[in-house]
Design a binder for this molecule. Structure first.
Ligand SMILES: Nc1nc2c(ncn2[C@@H]2O[C@H](COP(=O)(O)OP(=O)(O)O)[C@@H](O)[C@H]2O)c(=O)[nH]1
Ligand SMILES: [Mg+2]
Length: 328
């Protein structure tokens, strides 16, 4: 218990313990936060109060659920990653730096009003990124549920440039925990309730270039421990982004396959097909052309798993960077 708490603080704390409604609870918490001495020794308690306040506010306002007019963004590229997070964390800046898109980046919240796709290159493939409006304790764009469920990956962006970053991140998680669209280390559907969907998530701690960013990162680990893979980056200075870019592609769990017709000397190395890991030659054939799955006789493969030019059948499981000559 920190020293020199005011009489008003102690009174509010006592009332808080006895409060019987969320409204009462919220009022007490707000007095406590206002009265608490602001110094390093009370950081932990301050953060705790803020998180309790946002939780109480959320409980008061949850009930207005947005309708689910689905906004569909056609899938493109090797897979889709959706950026999620509080306002001003640098989601749009990240999309701008990772892609060639030019979303509006500004130092005030709600600059991004609608989810917007852009293509992120990695080696010879692209991953679709979706920039989104922010999530706060009392606002979440209704399209985000469907888009998050449909995405292969979510990037939860945290602001290391602001003292409120950790609390706001917790608010996003709290908000999502009241819905059936949630974030987790891996994607899966709940065993008891298949309507409850978890999307694989990376934590992207942004603005590591900012003053005190390291301390805020420590605070994040302490107050908001998550089992997501974590990437510490600066979207502005482009630090840590190459590692993130590669991990995003790898998380799509696809392999690249270069196809070649028997008549062609060289496979088409510019535009690989991407296909989910574990899928077969037959699946690829159907992706190349809708008739090919039926007409496929066999294929010759050059790649890591077979001797050069090995003839394989439709059940051959594809590997990353296989070159495949389809015989139909
Ligand atoms: N210092 C620093 N500022 C950043 C970084 N990324 C974004 N910003 C700033 O943070 C503010 C919000 O960025 P924006 O991308 O619009 O955030 P969004 O609301 O999450 O889309 C802008 O003023 C950006 O210039 C970063 O890596 N470092
Ligand atoms: Mg934005």
């Amino acid at each position: 218990m920190p020293a020199n708490l005011t009489a008003q603080y102690l009174k509010a704390e006592e009332e808080y313990r006895r409060s019987s409604t969320v409204d009462e609870e919220l009022k007490c918490l707000q007095v406590m936060l206002q009265e608490i001495p602001k110094h390093k020794g009370t950081d932990h308690l301050q953060a705790m109060l803020k998180s309790k306040i946002s939780k109480a506010k959320r409980e008061i306002t949850t009930e207005k659920k947005g309708g689910s007019r689905g906004l569909r963004i056609p899938r493109q590229g090797a897979g889709t990653a959706i950026l999620l997070g509080p306002p001003n964390t640098g989601k749009s800046q990240l999309v701008a730096t990772l892609t060639r898109a030019e979303p509006e980046v500004a130092p005030y919240p709600f600059t991004t009003k609608l989810p917007a796709p852009a293509m992120m290159p990695w080696e010879d493939v692209h991953v679709q990124l979706i920039d989104t409006p922010p999530i706060t304790a009392d606002y979440m764009d209704s399209h985000l549920h469907g888009l998050t469920r449909a995405a292969d990956l979510a990037l939860l962006v945290v602001d290391l440039g602001s003292d409120d970053g950790v609390e706001q991140c917790q608010e996003v998680l709290d908000r999502l925990s009241t819905t059936k669209t949630r974030l987790a280390a891996t994607s899966y559907l709940d065993e008891e309730d298949v309507g409850l969907s978890y999307t694989q998530t990376f934590l992207v701690a942004n603005k590591i270039d900012a003053d005190d960013a390291r301390e805020r990162l420590d605070l994040l680990h302490e107050l908001c421990p998550l089992d997501f893979r974590e990437f510490v980056v600066s979207a502005k200075e482009a630090t840590g982004l190459e590692e993130l870019r590669e991990a995003v592609f790898r998380s799509m769990d696809v392999v690249r396959v270069y196809t070649k017709l028997p008549s062609a000397k060289q496979p088409d190395f510019d535009r690989p097909f991407t296909i989910r890991r574990g899928r077969t030659l037959l699946d690829l054939a159907g992706q190349v052309h809708k008739d090919y799955a039926e007409r496929l006789k066999n294929a010759r493969v050059w790649g890591s798993a077979v001797h050069d030019g090995t003839v394989v059948k439709g059940d051959y499981v594809l590997h990353d960077k296989d070159v495949v000559e389809l015989h139909i």
